[in-house]
Design a protein around this ligand. Structure first.
Ligand code: C5P
Length: 235
């Protein structure tokens, strides 16, 4: 892939213009980052695992009626996807208390929430992705009321599909982050779904099997992601 076609370089992926004007190529990198890029490590094999896990999850969502940007995987670490206008929002859904929710409210980690929580963050590396509320999203013209309602509805639908999907492989889906974009006026799911942007706990041991292993120095991240892929594909 020639560098003149590079559209965007992210923490875990590069994005290139594809031959078709309406499509882009995502190339997953062998890199783990945390603390908004302040902690960074080259981890051979990670890109392939992120790409393959995300493909398994997106394929399942697509089979169950969720519209996504995925066109096809063209190698074990490259995906062809539709080129969308991405909303500058990180949509977080939580089923179980963990992470920043525990830090913010001093609640005990590992508690099942009475209902899923949806939170929005404004995507900006320079600002460290600040929390943004619905009224700010509308007033700043980031998404209108109808678009935001649809994004929330899709996020809950994804959760309803993925909680039992991961449970079959003995994982609790604690929380996750989604991103959405617009393609021909339609809102679709974009980005990836891998243990980089969700929390998966082993149902029995409650051990983390996601990027918290890297964030908290709890073991070998590539080995952990390998086991996640293995479990998802051999159930
Ligand atoms: O850190 P926090 O508890 O708010 O994260 C909630 C979920 O969103 C976690 O699964 C985390 O991996 C994901 N997340 C992400 N990208 C960010 C922030 C959080 O994928 N920039």
């Amino acid at each position: 892939m020639t560098e003149d076609k590079l559209l965007y370089t992210g923490k875990a992926k590069n994005v290139y213009q594809a031959d078709n004007e309406d499509e882009v190529l995502i190339v997953y990198k062998d890199q783990a980052t945390a603390l908004n890029g302040k902690k960074k490590e080259h981890l051979p094999g990670k890109g392939v695992l992120d790409c393959r896990i995300s493909q398994v999850v997106f394929d399942y969502l697509i089979q169950n009626g969720i519209k996504t940007h995925l066109v096809k995987n063209i190698s074990d670490h490259e995906q062809l996807v539709k080129k969308t206008d991405v909303f500058p929002l990180e949509v977080v859904l939580r089923n179980i208390t963990s992470g920043s929710l525990v830090k913010k409210f001093h609640v005990e980690a590992g508690q099942k929430l009475a209902e899923p929580i949806i939170e929005f963050y404004y995507k900006s590396d320079a600002l460290d992705d600040p929390f943004i509320n619905e009224s700010q999203i509308h007033a700043l013209g980031i998404a209108d009321k109808k678009e935001l309602e649809y994004i929330k509805e899709m996020t809950l639908k994804v959760n309803d599909l993925l909680v039992p999907f991961f449970a079959q492989s003995d994982f609790d889906l604690v929380d996750f982050k989604l991103e959405f974009g617009k393609y021909n006026g339609e809102i679709i799911l974009v980005d990836e779904f891998s243990p980089d942007n969700c929390r998966l706990w082993d149902k029995t041991s409650h051990h983390s099997m996601d990027k918290d292993v890297f964030r908290k120095h709890e073991g070998d991240l590539v080995e952990t992601y390998h086991e996640v892929l293995q479990r998802l594909t051999t159930k």
